[in-house]
Design a protein around this ligand. Sequence first.
Ligand SMILES: *Cc1c(COP(=O)(O)O)cnc(C)c1O
Length: 761
Amino acid sequence: MNKEKLLRDIDEIVQSQKGKDSDGIVSLYNEISKKCMEYINFTGIGNETKTAHYLSMEFLMGRMIDSNLMAMGILEDTRRILEKHGWDRRCFEDIDDYALGNGGLGRLAACFLDSGATIGINLHGYGIRYKYGLFKQVFSEDGAQKEKEDDWQVFGDPWSVRREDEKEEIVFADASVMAVPYDMPVIGFGNKKINMLRLWQSEPSAGGTDLGISDFLYPDDSTDQGKTLRLRQQYFFAAASIRSIMKKYMKEHGDDVSCFSEFNQIQLNDTHPVIAITEMILVLMKEYGKTFDFAARTAGRCFNYTNHTVMPEALEKWDTVLLGGILPEHLAIARKLDRRLCRELSRAGEKRKARVNYRIMERDRLHMARLAVYVCGHVNGVSEIHTGILRDSLFRDWLKIYPGKLLNITNGITQRRWLDLCNPELFGLIASRIGEGFVRDLSLLKNIRPMIDEGFIDDFIKVKQARKRELAEYIAKKQGIVIDPSTVFDIHIKRIHEYKRQLLNIFSILYLYFEMKDGGLKDFRPTTFIFGGKAAAGYKRAKAIIKYINMAAGLINNDPVSNGRLRIVFVENYNVSYAEKLFPAADASVQISTAGTEASGTGNMKFMLNGAVTLGTMDGANIEIVERAGRENNYIFGADTDEINRIRESYDPLPLLLADKKLGRVVGTLSDGTFEDDDGSLGELYGALTEGASWHRPDHYFVLHDFRAFIECRLRLNMDTADERPFARKCINNSISAGEFSSDRAVRQYADKIWGITVNE
Ligand SMILES: *Cc1c(COP(=O)(O)O)cnc(C)c1O
């Protein structure tokens, strides 16, 4: 790539763009991106060497232009050119994210693609080109979440190439559609390797109708119609991907499929693409005349499955009537696999009764995780504790029969986006001591340990202050809310979910507020509590939690007693680009899920890398984070998994509520009229905590159980921030211990332990 020539072309583009309004920015964005596309020679991908294909319903890519320019080594030059011609060097912040995902699972897929291209292996992504990505969140007057559609294509899609000649017909029992691929380049850092993200768009086939398969991310699946659409989406992209992968193989190797798995490994990101397994079996049988056994064995050699959750309600099961209605042959293959499994179990000496724990066909439902565990060569968990739970409970029976299938690969994040791009000053500070090598090898971070002197601490404090000021400006610009960057920034950002316990956080803040009203907490260090995150549009309790937090913010921010000492901000429309502002500005990273519920978390790693202490429970990757960074440098509280398991059956929060008056007062605000509750949603939350519901006992997530421990820990953290330098040292210790949490390490482990791909950098 001729960098100088490209920069001259970019200069010309910027110079000739006259209108300096938002249309001008969109036009610059498109023209510069397209110019880059001309230079990177993204013509398509081959299959000469072993390739891994990452199938995922979600890719939460974020904004592409800055990261692509960075990978190509021209980000700073381009920003200088923009400035030279009178543009803001950050003008592309007005361009929307590629938000084709919900949260952690989709962001993980995006980080993995970046790492695969950077470490130089063939790793391609396959997903859906949703017309509307994750909704945009706005708050109404009363603090409730409203959803607005995310029409991201109005900004153009200059990074995609539509490949008309590689479209696939996707056939359902009752209809068929065309799947048209849009390929995006995944540019490895330093631009040595370019991989591909292939997103399929559904279009009517000749004479057919438009089923709207790729219209929306996560259609409302509370109705049968919505469920069917969701299943169509899964099959649509899984089948299109499998077919295109197989075609590419045939083109290069002829139709001897016996070597297929030596060239192709397929990673299933959760169970959403599991239907790809039965698709491959069917293609091998129907189009290549292979036997069922041969086809199933071939699938077993190339498919692998990553589990992301142990929550029973999130384990996918498809109703056989629904499935048989649109994909009858797949149902038949699943039944065949189920019978084959039963024969193997009986040979292994499993009693008939014990076999129900394994069955792929669970009476009238197809159990997707079991199908995956049965067929796949490897199954992995995403943190040590999560894999342990898979081993000891969810898949325990399976591992007796198929030992060695399960392995752990702890999640990771790309330091290119989550440090270099979002916090260049901290990146530069570290690089000033150990060089820039850690941009490709994060394990080098540890080399800085002996070089942490007083000067480094001073500089770290300055960088953190600058990030906090920037965040404050950004929030003021976006939401018109003023926050004080000299206060402690305590940040809780992630999807809103009961298990993630945003409720525990807001309860503790209300507690602090009531203490102040009662004249207490004289030494409390002024703190800004920042929340961010979206609730699924149909998840009533999560939406009630958002409204409650916003109403508590209204109360506390406007009371002279707490004014200047407690401030709550719920940032609107948390997404990847907002995240890039938030992670670098945190003093404390709030990671307080009920022990045993968060598979890994990756937000926790982004905070760590940017030098925040973790205020959290022993859950997910928090455990590994604290192990690396030192417990003394973090704030760990609450029940661990052993304790939760011990008390689960007998737990009753009512005595706690009665004995602890202050807790009672806080929880009471859900039902005592402190806040208006015209739709009864706060009352419903109160009921869930105190009485439970048809499907769970009171306080299912042990919020009240961990309440006191959380307050105590939070106050300790607050006190510690008074000693600025020792606290900064704790933050630094976290940042420089983050070496293992790079997605480069994670992808190397997938390559080495699962795909059998050699990484030679
Ligand atoms: C990292 C990230 C997540 C995942 O956060 P967790 O705290 O691990 O749940 C979700 N959304 C966005 C935008 C992210 O960047």
